[in-house]
Write a protein that binds this ligand. Sequence first.
Ligand SMILES: *Cc1c(COP(=O)(O)O)cnc(C)c1O
Length: 394
Amino acid sequence: MPQLPIYLDNNAATRCDPRVVEAMLPFFTEAYGNAGSRHHAYGWKAAEAVDEARQLVADSIGADAKEIVFTSGATESNNLALKGAAVMYRRQGNHLVTVQTEHHAVLDPCRRLQREGYEVSFLPVDRFGRVTAEQVGAAITDKTILVSVMAANNEIGTLQPIAEIGRVCKVRKVLLHTDATQAVGKIPIDVEALQVDLLSLSGHKMYGPKGVGALFVRRRNPHVRLEPLLDGGGHERGLRSGTLPVPLVVGLGEACKLCGNEMPEEAKRCRALRDRLWQGLNENREGLFLNGHPEERLPGNLNVSFAQVRGEALLMALKNIAVSSGSACTSASVEPSYVLRALGVPDDLAHSSIRFGVGRFTTAEEIEFAIKEVTQTVQRLRLMSPDFQMTLNQ
Ligand SMILES: *Cc1c(COP(=O)(O)O)cnc(C)c1O
């Protein structure tokens, strides 16, 4: 019997890998120096660990160590990329392009910029959640300074065609930012191949600690400049003042290293478990709908709508499985997910969607348990549902 509740919410947060915790521990205890202290061994030791971690993070996305800025997470990275570029390049234009299905940490900074006089185009997506490079190209004007498109969606797992969008942005000489928080460590990401200029990632979505992330800021072809959000000691080349949280930074580096080493096998394993979950849920059953793209999606993500079941009731009834409906950040609200809405999913189905996130620590046994648990629960709720009674009587 697996330990309950079974954790299938890896798109909201992943367990910090025990090997990552191990790597971090000395920097909470004996190696407690400030990485900015230049005149003693405590500082040198911390600075050395930060350098190593910076290299590991850079390697994981094909960047140079000098192009990595440590932040408190992807929310901060996105804010720094969007607001930092918008303010820095204000004289060149006031227009940004993004997508309706982006994370709140992209949409909300964009909305703030709108209130401050910028113009933002929020591109619609197709029924799988994809935008095309042509759409992006058509939205770019001579006032456009930045395009921001996520690499992989946190709710439905859909991958965006970043390399194609990168080519368009390069030709049009517009900066490209990608929120790659869900993608880094799960699928190959290379800032050169994708031609992105800014990229956000976060520790706790890739088996690292919470409270640390990074922003890749391109230094060559072109050299991207940003207005910092925080002023202070001038850390991180002036882009992000504040004493570095050395243990967290070390943890992020280790997490990147492990993901890099284990990605091919892990992706295959997660994909197989995810596919088994989808197949198992579908056995002899009707009224299940896959949300997102059938192929172009994250290996561990499965987003399903169950016809004739109330999503809230389903979540409440699924006590033995830790999953979420819609995005975790808005799961307290009863509004259907804006992401599913953007896909054109009807309201009743959007309300009854469950996001399953398979991860590094998910076992085959847990997946079999989840299939049984969800199947029985859905059956029970459908029998109680007035909609279902009606279809029976028809
Ligand atoms: C989780 C997530 C974020 C926010 O990351 P934090 O590190 O928690 O701030 C941003 N974008 C995407 C796509 C995410 O999945």
